[in-house]
Design a protein around this ligand. Structure first.
Ligand code: UTP
Length: 299
């Protein structure tokens, strides 16, 4: 793959899931056995990414620590006869180099991506949101498909898309496409969190992007929104207005985006990953069934 770097913004305040995020990063919340950001990194690694630049901020040092190689812990597990647990630390030794920079003020996702410019601004890059898992247990090849499309279509940007319930469009960035058939869709417009009436379609931007360096100029020229945040979706709209070729690739039908940015989607994600856990899934399903049966009997 020609693109082997991903920018992973993890600097947001996560205010929608307080108090969980008062003193721990949203991206470190547990989903089943792993913190969300570990799924994101594993997905990127399995899609050929070899360098990850985290856009981090105050209070996020546990993310940095999570990807360090912890020799002391490894040694402790060996000395205490818990070698079987060592497999849980295999992710530390993935073929990934980690880099970190800080977004010193939380001025929106677009601003977070702009923080990457001084470091990787001359090469195309994947952007993967650190609070969103793609595919159950992160088993998705969307990033490889997007990079392929970036190359074959000679695109300026490629965006992952997921159809959502029309009643939910106000929670997402929504795009307009010229033709909704085929593998690569030409995106003709993008709008952040539209009302149902204003939404041009039900195709939502699904937390994965590929950009060539023109995104940084677009971000610099894009005005902030009413809340003072620089929105990545608005910069994509700017790129389109400038005549850039922006392509959309839909997630495969059996692949979902799991974002943990609000309680409802966090709970749903946690439940699904737990119910499908390779070791405890069957047991957990029985437990939920038992709970529901007891509830029914009481009613
Ligand atoms: P969200 O849009 O969910 O923003 O971030 P948030 O600020 O974390 O959440 P709320 O609205 O306060 O609940 C999507 C991804 O973009 C990152 C977040 O860390 C998350 O992984 N992000 C967002 C930044 O890196 N910087 C920002 O200024 C905003």
């Amino acid at each position: 793959m020609t693109i082997n770097i991903a920018i992973v913004p993890v600097a947001g305040l996560g205010t929608s899931v307080l108090p969980l995020t008062k003193s721990q990063p949203k991206e470190m919340l547990a989903v089943g056995r792993k913190p969300v950001v570990q799924y994101v990194v594993e997905e990127l690694a399995s899609n050929g990414i070899e360098r990850i630049l985290f856009i981090t901020s105050q209070g996020k040092s546990s993310i940095t620590a999570h990807f360090d190689i912890d020799e002391t812990l490894t040694q402790y597990l060996r000395e205490t006869g818990r070698e079987s647990n060592l497999v849980e630390l295999d992710y530390e030794r993935q073929n990934i180099e980690y880099f970190y920079t800080r977004q010193r003020r939380q001025l929106g996702l677009g601003h977070a991506v702009l923080c990457a410019e001084p470091l990787v601004g001359k090469e195309p890059a994947v952007v993967a949101l650190g609070d969103s898992i793609i595919g159950r247990h992160a088993s998705s090849n969307i990033v490889s498909r997007m990079v392929d499309a970036y190359e074959t279509e000679k695109a300026d940007a490629v965006i992952a898309l997921e159809p959502v319930n029309p009643a939910d469009v106000a929670q997402y960035g929504i795009v307009n496409v010229s033709d909704d058939s085929g593998e690569s869709l030409r995106i003709t417009g993008a709008i952040e969190k539209p009302t149902t009436a204003d939404a041009p379609s039900n195709l939502s931007i699904a937390a994965r992007y590929v950009f060539n360096p023109t995104i940084y100029e677009a971000l610099q020229k894009t005005p902030t929104d009413r809340g003072g945040n620089l929105q990545l979706t608005d910069a994509i709209a700017y790129l389109i207005d400038q005549g850039a070729k922006v392509i959309g690739i839909k997630l495969q039908e059996d692949v979902k985006r799991y974002d943990i940015g609000n309680f409802e989607s966090y709970f749903k994600t946690f439940l699904e990953f737990t119910l499908t856990d390779p070791e405890f899934g069957t047991q957990m399903q029985a437990c939920v069934r038992d709970y529901l049966n007891r509830q029914e009997r009481q009613e």
